[in-house]
Design a protein around this ligand. Sequence first.
Ligand code: UCC
Length: 628
Amino acid sequence: MSMYRALLTRRLRGAVSPPLVRLRSAGVAEPGLRRSDEEQTWDPSGDLPFSRARVGTFFQESPMLKNPFLEDALLRGYLRRHLPEEAVLTDLCGFGERVAKEVDAWGRQCEVNPPRLVQFDPWGRRVDHIVTSSAWKRMKDLSAQEGMVAIGYERPAGEWSRVYQMSKLYIFCPSAGLFTCPLAMTDGAAKVIQSLGVSWPVEEAYSRLTTRQPERFWTSGQWMTERQGGSDVGTGTETVAVPQSDGSYRLHGFKWFTSATDADMTLTLARAQDPTGATTPGSRGLSLFYANVSRDEDGRLRGIEVQRLKDKLGTRQVPTAELLLDGLPAHRLSEEGRGVASIANMLTITRIYNSVSAVAAMRRVVQLARDYAARRTAFGKLLKDHPLHMQTLARMEVETRGAFLLAMDTCRLLGREETGVASELDAHLLRLLTPVVKLYTGKQAMAVVSEGLESFGGQGYMEDTGLPGILRDAQVLSIWEGTTNVLSLDVLRCVARSSGMVLHAYFTHVKTLLAGASGVSALAPAVKAVDDALSELHGFVQLAATRAPGYLELAARDLAYSLARTYTGALLIDHACWKGSSPSDTYAALRWCEQELCPVVTKQARGCYESNTPPLDSALVYDRPTQD
Ligand code: UCC
């Protein structure tokens, strides 16, 4: 063993007799002998491997999470404009403080202590316990106390109550350890129950879903996805509901993705059997059922076996499971065959939660990146003094602001509908914007968060910073609650079902927003851009209406993007016109409107939706090397 290794071994074993003396006396050169910069004394430990001097003395300051409410100029401006109630602002500010100082650490705990499944007790009996972290349970209590769901039903701010609730959710999301997932389904279930009538057997459930008392608070699942049907629910649902003599049902089937499976109850779809045992295929055969998740005297789940927990890219905090329903006691809530239509209210709510989560992820990464830019020096100056770095962060900020206004406007419309003040135009707009905002923000979140990670250099890629988790979790936002393409088709579906009324509402509202900005010279280029986009969109819709259905299907995604970008441009302009707005609001509107607002028109001009495109697309995707 070399002398170096022997010394190292002794050092590691705690034999810390004066190494310097030994090295010298052994005639070893002194490369490790250094002056400590701070103490200006000779540091005898300086030449030891793994000593402080060897790893250096510089440690980069980490980005700091500050009160997300106080740090968010647009959120505060938006609320000052629309909801300037002292009680609301005080609540949000206090909650923001708590999130930064306390809750964010719980969120991290949820990530590093993911749920696990204990299927059997030590004696081999089936128990199916999903063991969650204490932080996850704390999130449940906190959610009840803070009224995360309750605010939407107590409606303390009238028609603005959803904006209030969703602002709170927005502050909470990136620190919530994904507890926002069960909250979304809980809120959605409460909404479905309310729309169908709060009566037996769901009065108790409704009061528990919307309570502020932690010991009474329930969360709900939304078990829709089966092996054959994540998107195509109508065809893919195999679960059958067997009628019982007391009017209840027993469910038999297999649910392939059940999020937050530790829920207290669930809403789910199944095919009710008729007296001969037959069921109706397709969407028209589906009904909506309510079931409690409970245990029998032996501690076994009633009518449920947890097959396994899913191994996911992100959202690891959430227990997502495969469930065998083997006689789960249930009650039918909808009329027979009205399952999809009845659960649609839940989809509206979860899609809005999804959108708010997406914006919140963008906002969080922007807040951390800008804090970091004031702490990190490179090439002789702080990152915040590098114009190119600031340009990148400013672009992320513009994306985030646009997404925020789009999501909040949808919440505004939801609040109006729920308090009975919505016009017909509002109702149409809400139906159109719900898929649009979900699909658009879901995609934007990944782009902005990914860019944000880059602004931390290699540290953005390190798991223990907590930053990669934001990206992994963002990836789900474009998948669950309807993929981008499924939602693009939902846009077409609501256009067709409303005989175009949703688009009429859209055009009317955007024009109204623009009219408020006429004469504001600083915004003129933005107003012109949105006005032009609106005319182009109108032209596109008129032409597309004359074409075969396949034409519109190919255009669906670009159309949804065009609707999102144009509408968002109008919202940014409108916000910049408000008397309390800032120069940054104007700048954000101008920047947003410099981008291509109407990709559907550009692509239409290139012939992208013509009938020769699908075979060319397929040939490209399945391209084979040509023979020489
Ligand atoms: O469960 C999942 C994960 C849970 C995690 C929750 C996290 C929440 C986010 C948290 C953020 C942190 S994921 C499950 C995902 N699955 C889906 O989202 C399904 C995607 N597929 C669709 O959306 C499809 O378009 C279907 C299933 C709705 C299509 O089914 P149908 O049967 O073909 O639908 P129809 O025939 O178009 O519509 C049937 C009825 C119609 O009403 P009526 O009969 O009165 O005309 C439609 O108008 O349902 C109505 N309807 C809707 N109403 C359909 N879609 C909607 C809608 N979006 N809004 C209002």
